[in-house]
Design a protein around this ligand. Structure first.
Ligand SMILES: Cc1cc2nc3c(=O)[nH]c(=O)nc-3n(C[C@H](O)[C@H](O)[C@H](O)COP(=O)(O)OP(=O)(O)OC[C@H]3O[C@@H](n4cnc5c(N)ncnc54)[C@H](O)[C@@H]3O)c2cc1C
Length: 330
C-alpha cells in the first residue's frame, strides 16, 4: 500500500499553487536533491512508477559554462541547458513529480525517513532521500582561467578533446597523475602539447622521460595569468604568461585541479560514504550506509559524465522503488 497520495499536476510549477503547509506536512515517497541528469532521470523513472516525488534544485549545474555536451549517444553536441529543459518538459507528463527551484540546506533522519529544510525555511518529509547534487570544480586561481572556462579552458578531454584536436594545447597540473598523466593522454588529440606545472613539477624521473619520449615539453615556471586574445568556443587564442621565460601562445588548456561536493548533506546525515571528491555507494542501486539514503551522479565516485549520471539516477530510482514496494506490500 502507498504511504502517501499522488500529487496533483497543478503543483508542477516553480511557485506552489496550493496551500504550502499541506504539501510540507505530507510524507512524500522520495525527495531528490538536484535536477541535473542524475536527479532528473531518477525523477522520470520514479514518476513512471507513480511515486510521489519532490525534486529540489538551485540551478548551479556543473557544466553551466559548457556550450555543447559530448559523448552521449543521440545527444552529441546538445547544449546542456537544452537537455535539462527537455527533461523537465517531459517530466511534466507525470503528475506525481513536482519540482521546486530552491536550495536544500539541511536534512535529518526521522522515524518515517527524512526531513529536509529548504533555504526559504520550509521543511519537507520523505521516506527515501536521493542526493544528486553534483560537485563543484576548483579552477586554477590565476586571472584568465575563469574567463576562458568552457571556451578555451577545459577539465575533461573526453568531453572536449575532439573539438580541440590538432590545435596547440597546454595541460595545467603537477605530479605524475594530474600533470604528467593528463599531458600524455592529450597526445591522442594534439601532437603539440606543453605541460605547465606552475612551479616544481613533482614528476618522477620515469614520468619526465616518458613525457620527453612522447614529445611533450615541460614548463615549470610559475604562471602569472592567461592573456586572452579570443574566447571563441573551441577556437580561443591566449598567451600563458610566466614569471620568467617567454610567453606561450595556445588555443586550449586542460586542467584537473580538484573538486568538492556541492552539499555536505550526506555527512550531516551521518553517512561514512561522504568523501570530498566522490561519495562511496553500492554499485547496484547507489545505496549508502544510511538506510534510505541514495547518492547518484557526479556526487558518487565513478565516471563523471552525463550519460553515467543519468544511468546512476535510473539505477537509484529502481532501487528506491523496489525498497518502497518491499516495505509496503503485504
Ligand atoms: C565544463 C564542463 C563540461 C562538461 N562536458 C561534458 C560533456 O561534454 N559530456 C559529458 O558527458 N559530461 C560533461 N561534463 C560533466 C557533466 O557536467 C557531469 O557529469 C553531469 O552534469 C553530472 O550530472 P549530475 O546530475 O550528477 O550533477 P549536475 O549536473 O551538476 O546537477 C546537480 C544539480 O544539483 C543542484 N544542487 C546542488 N546542491 C543542491 C542543494 N543543496 N539543493 C538543491 N539543489 C542542489 C545543482 O544546482 C545542480 O543543478 C562536463 C563538465 C564540465 C564542468
Amino acid at each position: 500500500m502507498r504511504a502517501s497520495k499522488p500529487v496533483n499536476t497543478t503543483h508542477m510549477t516553480k511557485n506552489l499553487t496550493m496551500n504550502q503547509s499541506t504539501v510540507a506536512n505530507d510524507v512524500l515517497d522520495v525527495i531528490v536533491v538536484g535536477a541535473g541528469p542524475a536527479g532528473l532521470n531518477a525523477a522520470l523513472v520514479l514518476g513512471r512508477c507513480r511515486r510521489n516525488v519532490l525534486v529540489f534544485d538551485d540551478a548551479k549545474p556543473r557544466n553551466a559554462v559548457s556550450h555543447a555536451m559530448h559523448g552521449f549517444l543521440s545527444r552529441d553536441g546538445f547544449a546542456p541547458a537544452h537537455l535539462r529543459a527537455v527533461a523537465r518538459q517531459q517530466l511534466a507528463a507525470y503528475p506525481s513529480v513536482r519540482m521546486e527551484d530552491v536550495r536544500v540546506i539541511d536534512a535529518v533522519r526521522t522515524d518515517r525517513g527524512f526531513s529536509v529544510t529548504t533555504r526559504d525555511g520550509r521543511d519537507f518529509q520523505a521516506r527515501k532521500l536521493l542526493l544528486a547534487a553534483g560537485v563543484v570544480d576548483e579552477l586554477p586561481q590565476q586571472p584568465g582561467f575563469r574567463e576562458l572556462y568552457g571556451t578555451g579552458a577545459f577539465l575533461c578531454p573526453y568531453c572536449d578533446g575532439w573539438e580541440m584536436r590538432d590545435q596547440p594545447l597546454a595541460v595545467y597540473g603537477r605530479g605524475d597523475d594530474k600533470g604528467g598523466g593528463m599531458a600524455l593522454e592529450m597526445t591522442l588529440w594534439s601532437a603539440d602539447t606543453v605541460l605547465c606545472t606552475d612551479g616544481p613539477s613533482q614528476l618522477t624521473d620515469a614520468c619526465r622521460q616518458r613525457l620527453d619520449r612522447n614529445g611533450i615539453t615541460l614548463r615549470e615556471e610559475k604562471i602569472v595569468c592567461l592573456d586572452i586574445h579570443s574566447r571563441e568556443p573551441y577556437h580561443a587564442s591566449f598567451d600563458i604568461v610566466f614569471e620568467s621565460g617567454p610567453r606561450l601562445r595556445r588555443a586550449g588548456i586542460f586542467f584537473n585541479t580538484g573538486r568538492h561536493q556541492s552539499t555536505d548533506l550526506a555527512r550531516r546525515l551521518g553517512s561514512n560514504s561522504y568523501a570530498t571528491e566522490g561519495c562511496t555507494v553500492d554499485n547496484k542501486h547507489q545505496k549508502t550506509d544510511v538506510p534510505g539514503l541514495y547518492i547518484a551522479g557526479d556526487a558518487s565516485r565513478d565516471v563523471l559524465q552525463v550519460i553515467v549520471a543519468a544511468a546512476e539516477g535510473a539505477a537509484a530510482a529502481i532501487g528506491i522503488n523496489a525498497a518502497l514496494l518491499h516495505e509496503d506490500l503485504a
